[in-house]
Ligand binder design. Structure first.
Ligand code: PEP
Ligand code: MG
Length: 617
């Protein structure tokens, strides 16, 4: 029985004529889309949207016995696609009404095509009768529908093409969900483009070439997710969590992106372009002013030294770190060694990378964090042989960080061995991610010492006392048990990104709840204070290496809480140094006391913003 759905009408060869000229007129108008300011800077360039080209799935046939399974795969992919489209639609509310009017019907049409539509019915039939794999069936059915639309007798050829394009777009989404294939390839992105995507994973971001890509805007993402961190590290002006951007932007059209204000202007008029050019010039001027700070010491105006270090996500950042004036690397995230590959890196691959980094900082010291796998940092090479805990309902609460490494100690051994070999070339420290109990540190230390002994037996020269082994404090549990963990660890690095996420139960990478992600929430600040004081009581080194450390407005508060070591993305170092040099420790301590008396996050925000203007008491 044929059900008359709107989806069928969308795929119907007869177009709805009057909408097209209006839509075309709107399409040519300037549209401002707001999102989260992620990485500062302004970019002007053509849009490169990543919804095309399609994920090409090889044609495949299946056996009769597999037909039911293929139909089930198709149903699952359709459900996932519907969920994605519903999410896009739910976030349109913040766009100007005109843009909503434009985009909402399109997303409705997509949603209906993903329901009980001709496309899905046809694809199911092809699976049954032609014994096609689900992705092949979808591609064939979409092509047949698109051809029928294009063959319709109608003068509005542009309208027909648009409707055929919509069918292909939905087929591509289904195919991507069926094959789990990456949404895009960045090799062909024309130089100077502004990349626009629904979502970028940290692994995607690691593939971006900052010399080719002028800016990035996505629908999804939160301010301290790993994608955001990677974009900041690469210095690409970026706006994440920008609803409606993928549907409103068209490839090749002009675009202005302001990563400082969190704003994207599609099809900018002359006024917006002029403002962007001015902002670009001001930005360049500010950068050259800050560059002068590179050689100056990070010392407060009353003579207290502060250690400002850089975080490193990929070795490509090394030149930026050298220019930043950072004093070594306070957090080397080693996940890059595992990204975009389907085999595990061996000890030589680890060692080669660490050697390059240790030598590059020329004696300034590198804190190497062993693999922090899990949560959003899914990695193909590790999926093999792992229980699919990470894919469970709460990946962030699953087998992350040190938990996973203690379960697969061979990974830890390879990494420890390479790090200890690199330690002969310059000062290093070793950092354990996601520690929640002291036993995790002592168990890791046993392995660490065993690896040290093995290397010595092999004739590798190691200092009598192995390099310090520290713990990340990045969960409320670890912060509240910091005094016990401090007895096992040689130093602490406070990871405020995860600490805020786990304390507030807000995903750091999720656009939907980004407004609730607040590292200045008093609960987070109290945990930072508690962990810092636990370390200071034992005279143990403690630093902050989450994104908070890179916000110059938070420097007075962090110094006031007793911290003297901050590690941040390289481009944040000059401004942090400028802040340090303008402060006295007394002022900072008074200010921190005042902040810590507050219970309202909004009031804390006001105090932090007002600090410069003299609210120092
Ligand atoms: C943190 O959680 O603050 C941190 C520095 O670690 P990552 O961002 O890599 O999770
Ligand atoms: Mg973390």
């Amino acid at each position: 029985m044929k059900t008359d759905t709107k989806a069928d009408r969308t795929e119907d060869p007869k177009p709805e004529k009057p909408a097209e000229p209006r839509r075309a007129a709107r399409r040519s108008r300037e549209l401002t889309v707001r999102g989260l300011p992620i990485a500062p800077g302004v970019a002007i360039g053509p849009v490169y949207d990543t919804t095309e080209p399609p994920a090409e799935a090889p044609r495949r046939n299946v056996r009769v016995a597999d037909v039911e399974g293929e139909k089930q795969r198709l149903a699952t992919a359709a459900a996932a696609s519907r969920k994605q489209v519903a999410k896009l639609k739910a976030r349109l509310g913040v766009l100007p009404e005109e843009a909503q009017e434009e985009l909402a019907p399109l997303l409705d049409a997509y949603a209906m095509m993903l329901g009980e539509s001709r496309l899905l019915r046809g694809a199911r039939k092809r699976i049954e009768t032609e014994l096609l794999a689900a992705e092949t069936a979808v591609t064939d059915e979409a092509e047949a529908i698109a051809q029928a639309i294009l063959a319709a007798r109608d003068d509005d050829k542009a309208g027909l093409r648009r409707r055929a394009g919509e069918v292909h777009e939905i087929a591509r989404r289904l195919t991507r969900n069926l094959t789990q294939a990456g949404f895009r390839s960045f090799k062909d992105v024309p130089e100077g483009s502004i990349l626009i995507a629904e979502e970028l994973t940290p692994a995607d971001a690691a593939l971006l070439d900052p010399t080719r890509i002028a800016g990035v805007a996505t629908e999804e993402g939160g301010s301290d997710g790993h994608t955001a961190i990677m974009l900041r590290a690469l210095g690409i002006p970026s706006v994440l969590g920008a609803p409606g951007i993928t549907e409103a932007a068209k490839r090749g059209e002009a675009c202005v992106l302001d990563g400082t204000a969190g704003m994207v202007v599609l099809r900018p008029g002359e006024k917006a372009l002029e403002a962007a050019r001015e902002a670009l010039a001001a930005h360049a001027k500010e950068r050259s002013k800050l560059a002068k700070l590179r050689r100056l010491p990070a010392v407060t105006s009353d003579g207290e030294e502060v250690d400002l270090q850089a975080n490193l996500e990929i070795p490509a950042e090394l030149p930026l770190i050298a220019q930043s004036g950072a004093h070594g690397i306070g957090l080397l995230r080693t996940e890059f060694l595992f990204l975009n590959r389907d085999t595990l890196p061996d000890e030589e691959a680890h060692f080669t990378a660490y050697r390059q980094i240790v030598e590059a900082v020329a004696g300034d010291g590198v804190t190497i964090r062993v693999l922090d796998w899990g949560g959003e940092k899914d990695m193909e090479a590790l999926a093999e042989g792992m229980e699919p805990t990470h894919a469970g309902p709460n990946p962030a609460l699953g087998l992350r960080g040190i938990r996973m490494l203690l379960k697969r100690p061979e990974l830890l051994e390879v990494q420890f061995s390479a790090i200890l070999r690199a330690a002969a070339l310059g000062p290093v420290r070793v950092l354990l991610p996601m520690v929640t109990i002291p036993a995790e540190v002592s168990q890791a230390r046993e392995i660490y010492e065993r690896v040290g002994k093995r290397l010595r037996r092999r004739g590798v020269a190691l200092p009598e006392k192995l390099p310090p082994l520290g713990a990340m404090i990045e969960t409320p549990g670890a912060a509240l048990a910091a005094d016990a963990i401090a007895l096992e660890a040689d130093f602490f690095a406070i990871g405020t990104n995860d600490l805020a996420m786990y304390t507030l139960a807000v995903d750091r990478g999720e656009a939907e709840v980004a407004h609730l992600y607040d590292p200045l929430h008093p609960a987070v600040l109290r945990l930072i204070q508690f962990a810092t004081e636990a370390a200071l009581r034992l005279r143990m080194p403690v630093s902050v290496c989450g994104e908070m450390a890179g916000n110059p407005r938070l420097v007075p508060l962090l110094l006031g809480l007793g911290l003297r070591s901050l590690s941040m993305n390289a481009s944040a170092v000059p401004r942090a140094k400028q802040a340090v040099r303008s402060l006295t420790i007394d002022d900072c301590a008074r200010f921190a006391r005042r902040v810590m008396e507050q219970s309202d996050p909004k009031r804390i925000q006001e105090l932090v913003m007002g600090f410069e203007s003299g609210a120092r008491g």
